[in-house]
Design a protein around this ligand. Structure first.
Ligand SMILES: [Zn+2]
Length: 359
């Protein structure tokens, strides 16, 4: 201190600067001591801290209390990680149903195809399989197909219009019937078959559409109603068409009754006058029903036209027998007097046999 005071007094006359500078030095030293003590107090515990210099400690405790909080998180984190796997499993689990679906979808192919399905190839019929039908009630069936066409040995197709929903066995029976019986029949007529007129196939209903009646084989997809077989030449074999050759209809009758367990047509009941019902119902002892009356062709002349016949026939026949002795000259007179003869009731009687022939 001695080395600088004389110089200061010489250069600067003002003593206030000297006293102020000394005070600044002392204050700086004091502050430095206090700060160092506070810094040490933060580093080391000060159990006897009376002046609160160690106040940062609680802060340190607070920080120390907050710092461990993240520690339990990692403890939870592993739990979350443990839960994650189930979630990870859960995520695939929604996929599992997706996986199970293809698995279920894969199951149907695992079903062993029926012998019928294996035999009903595209060389025999265009009959894609369709899902099983269950209900309502007892309706439905399995191993179903949609019979769209029958493929003939020469690769031509007989279209089923409309396509028929049938059990494979019934569809196969229809295809076999057309291929082996109806094609030769059409060939004998000099033509081929183009269409099979499907009047009804699967339909959930009672017999003859009567409510409450026993379930029809149609409800089991085990029946087909056929109305006609259309030919390539534009004609058709109407199975119940009385204008169709009786011989042809009888050939169809014998064919279907040999193949199907139930055949219902005209004469069976009043529900089958315009089509033929075919099904493969199974009964005890393989009992079969073949009820189809092949009616005679309708008379070409209606029986309600005898009024015109008396105009010609009565004068010749009736007049000829009793009045033949009267001579040929009377014939001219009879012709001129026809209106009068028409009114004679005796001449109408000989025509009764003619009406019997019509029946
Ligand atoms: Zn029917």
């Amino acid at each position: 201190m001695n080395f600088s005071l004389p110089d200061f007094r010489r250069k600067w006359s003002c003593r206030g600067y000297m006293s102020a500078g000394a005070a600044m030095v002392t204050v700086a030293l004091g502050l430095s001591l206090v700060l160092t003590e506070r810094a040490e107090a933060r580093k080391y515990a000060a159990p006897f801290d009376i002046f609160g210099l160690g106040t940062p400690r609680p802060r340190a405790r607070v920080h120390s209390a907050r710092i461990p909080l993240p520690k339990p998180r990692p403890e939870e984190a592993p739990k979350a990680s443990d839960e994650a796997p189930p979630e990870a499993e859960g995520k695939p689990s929604p996929d599992k149903p997706g996986d199970t679906k293809p698995a279920e979808a894969a199951r149907p192919p695992e079903k062993q195809l029926s012998a019928c399905r294996l035999a009903l190839t595209e060389e025999v019929a265009i009959a894609p399989s369709i899902p099983d039908i269950r209900g309502p009630g007892a309706c439905g069936g399995e191993d179903l197909v949609r019979l769209e066409a029958i493929v003939l040995p020469d690769k031509r197709k007989v279209t089923v219009k409309p396509a028929a929903i049938l059990r494979c066995t019934m569809a196969s029976a229809i295809a076999d019937w057309v291929r082996k019986d109806m094609v030769p029949l059409a060939a004998s007529l000099g033509t081929t078959i183009s269409d099979l007129d499907n009047f009804d196939s699967f339909e959930c209903r009672g017999r003859n559409r009567i409510v409450g009646a026993m379930l029809s084989e149609h409800g089991k997809a085990n029946a087909l109603d056929v109305r006609a077989i259309k030919l390539a030449n534009g004609q058709s074999i109407g199975l119940t068409d009385r204008s169709m050759s009786r011989d042809v209809r009888e050939r169809v009758l014998h064919s279907v009754c040999a193949r199907f367990s139930t055949v219902l047509g005209p004469g069976s009941d009043w529900y089958h006058e315009d089509h033929i019902h075919l099904d493969l119902a199974q009964r005890r002892n393989d009992y079969r029903i073949c009820q189809w009356n092949v009616w005679d062709p309708l008379p070409q002349v209606a029986p309600l036209l005898p009024a015109e016949r008396p105009e010609e026939a009565p004068p010749r026949e009736v007049a000829a027998k009793p009045e033949a002795k009267e001579g040929a000259d009377d014939e001219a007179a009879e012709k001129s007097s026809r209106p009068v003869e028409k009114s004679t009731p005796e001449k109408a009687q000989p025509h009764k046999p003619a009406t019997k022939k019509r029946r």
